[in-house]
Design a protein around this ligand. Sequence first.
Ligand code: CUA
Length: 450
Amino acid sequence: MAFAVVLILLVVGSILFHLLSPWTFTPLASNWSMVDVTVDITLYVTGLVFVAVNLFMAYCVIRFRYKKGARATYEPENKKLEGWLTLWTSVGVVAMLTPGLFVWAQFVDVPEEAHVVEAVGQQWHWTFRYPGADGKFGEVDAERITSDNPFGMDPDDPNGQDDVLVYSPEAHIPLGKPVKFLLRSKDVLHDFAVAEFRVKMDLVPGMDTFLWLTPTVAGRFEILCEELCGIAHHTMRGAVIVEETADYDAWLAKQNTWAMNSTMVAGNAAVGGAQYAVCAACHGQQGEGLQALNAPKLAGQSAWYLKRQLQNYKSGARGAHQDDLYGKQMAPMAAMLANEAAIDNVIAHIQTLADEAPATTVEGNVANGAKEYAICAYCHGKDGLGNQALNAPRMAGMTDWYLKRQLENFQQDIRGQHPTDFYGFQMGLMARTLYGEQEIDDLIAYLNTL
Ligand code: CUA
């Protein structure tokens, strides 16, 4: 009898949970309302069967419970009952599968006028490519992928020259126009999913997959990788910005093409040297860093990382948090670099500075730190020298007190919480794998041995 009561409570509880639960679908932001309809139909069919089967079971437990001397009748065949069960099972299965077929027919039938955006996935971030003015993508080949050519572009393909390459995991698309996302993976299985769009698709190495949609609501929608793709899978986020066509066009016009990227001139170290005089006041003449002024070592740090941080400081993606005391000092200094060329020049000068090992200031258990660093090494490298392809800067041989402060800032959401600081956000999630100050000290003590 207790069992029957539990079954009935389970049914009532499930229905109440469904009706009262605050966890519902995110609001729909695309043309794919059909997906919601099919999900609803599936829920009603399975829900109905769940209720019917469990209540029937409870009924049987009560109705046919043990009575002394009672005997069950044996009835191996019941044509009529089997007929009804077969019929209703078929109706249920057909009701669940048929709408999906209609949705799939539309899903594979991309509208002619859809414009195309390529989303490229890799462990653990997204980049995007737009076909440019000619509307045609240039050829790409995985064998050509290098740190200077992360898309594997063919330098001789005329179609590729005007391809727009977006190195940030933030794609823009115009509101109300169908868009086809071509999906490509550089390494392992990933999955491109935006909950509000309702459609998602796997990225398969060696294959081009796609999905399409017409965005119906303007806004910023998070991309989640929904295929387990390694240790930092949960940090593989991005965003799709849906905006008015005029805003989209303006954004697209500001992005660099492949031709612009490949002809970009390197910074001028001599010009940058003059500009660096201001930086030297805190960071030192040789970029060696000065703890008393909270200025980290710059010499020896990768150019791409310094550039991104300067740009983040300029845009407010870094150094805007009210508790980021030293970041707030750096932001106005970065703002003095008027444009990208000025940033490149200063960085070119920093590249010429002597890279000397700084004094160690953090003590800890090296053996423990080595174990903790195993996770960091996936991106920052076993040698701690960083890896541009994974957006991971150099950590070995840099100022240790600065690394400690940054790890703490990441843990406390002082750094990495700005919506456009994607890699900072990733690091914030990873920094949470360290518990307490001792673990941070151990990790940094190990880094000091590299
Ligand atoms: Cu990429 Cu999970």
